[in-house]
Design a protein around this ligand. Structure first.
Ligand code: SF4
Length: 352
């Protein structure tokens, strides 16, 4: 089994690499050398950093443990979606989903093991928060992916609330989008949030990636029943903040809307959505509810999804129906890791 450490060189941003060089009495340009090895060549073993002096390589090996860790389990769906299960440094399980789609290949990554937002329709929410992932463990899901070099997009829509682990998520985004890092365009990345109001401005100011807001119901009382986060940070406040930002050029904001039959797909929901989102250039992505065990909610049929989409489109909101992927491998957020967390350790380790 791969052992992943918390204190890793991989996951440090440029200023942290520069601080390390200063602290060790190394020349400032070595920060650039380290960044190239780490984020251009994806080499984390100091022994392989051949343009560094031997004594410095040995010192790095003394200071830091390994960040890269292969998945402990992989499931493949008939539709090509793959789900990877990783063990974290604290022994929890997180999931990533690889979703190929024609020319696009998207990886859905986790930012936490479990989640404390408690959304009622979500298997991860039932686990509670176990661990916020360090930057290296967020990036490991990308770097250790067998399909890494085919990726076109990354979405932070796996386990956890990214804005509840803001520092590590922002650092991971910085590494992914900086010239000294992966050098990706921020338009390849989308971060999803349930609407953590105190962190939202900081996130929008610190990054240029796309934002997806989990909306699911425009009525405060009804939303609070499925998303307890509404009681702390109402969606109306989220919308108010978003109105202050420009989403007309490179950066996009979308609203994710899991459609639950009869619960949030009626004509009055259409009217209230229009009122709530007035003045925000956005798109709504409709997602058919994936039934999770013991859930009181139901999936709408295809005709109901189309009716709801058309009603929103007719009112001027760009609305799409997101294809369900990987249903046969429990690709809904948190289902695979929930199954694993509730499996005795001896049986889990058979898969390692
Ligand atoms: Fe957390 Fe997202 Fe699940 Fe809500 S839907 S409990 S924010 S992981």
């Amino acid at each position: 089994m791969d052992t992943i450490h918390r204190n890793t060189l991989y996951g440090l941003d440029y200023s942290q690499l520069a601080d390390l060089c200063t602290a060790e009495g190394w020349p400032p340009f070595m920060a650039g050398q380290l960044a190239r090895w780490l984020y251009k060549r994806h080499v984390e073993d100091p022994a392989q950093m051949t343009d560094l002096a031997t004594a410095r390589r040995e010192r790095l090996a003394e200071l830091f443990g390994r960040a890269f860790s292969a998945s402990v389990r992989e499931s493949r769906s008939a539709d090509g979606t793959k789900k990877y299960l990783f063990r974290t440094s604290e022994g929890h399980f997180i999931e990533s989903a690889y979703i190929p789609d024609g020319e696009r290949a998207t990886l859905c990554v986790s930012s936490q093991a479990g989640c404390r937002m408690g959304c009622r329709f979500c298997a991860t929410g039932r686990q509670g928060l176990q661990q916020s992932l360090p930057t290296a463990e967020i990036l490991n899901q990308i770097v250790s992916l067998p399909e890494r070099d085919t990726l076109t997009n990354v979405v932070f829509m796996g386990m956890g609330e990214p804005l509840d682990n803001l520092e590590n998520v922002v650092r991971a985004l910085d590494i992914l989008t900086s010239d000294w890092g992966f050098g990706w365009s921020p338009t390849r990345i989308t971060v999803s949030t349930a609407g953590v109001v105190p962190q939202l401005r900081r996130f929008l100011d610190a990054t240029r990636v796309h934002l997806a807001v989990s909306l699911h119901n425009p009525f405060s009382e009804e939303r609070a029943e499925i998303m307890p986060v509404e009681r702390a940070w109402p969606i109306a406040q989220v919308a108010e903040i978003l109105r202050e930002y420009d989403f007309t050029h490179q950066r996009r904001v979308s609203f994710e809307y899991i459609v639950m039959s009869g619960l949030n797909d009626t004509p009055r929901h259409v009217r209230e959505l229009c009122r709530l989102l007035n003045g925000i250039k956005c798109r709504i992505n409709l997602i058919r509810f994936h039934k999770i065990p013991d859930s009181p909610y139901f999936s709408p049929d295809e005709a109901a999804m189309i009716r709801f989409r058309d009603a929103l489109t007719a009112r001027g909101i760009q609305t799409t129906i997101r294809a369900s992927r990987g249903e046969d491998i429990q690709a809904a957020c948190g289902l695979l890791s929930t199954a694993f967390e509730s499996t005795p350790f001896e049986r889990r380790s058979l898969c390692d």
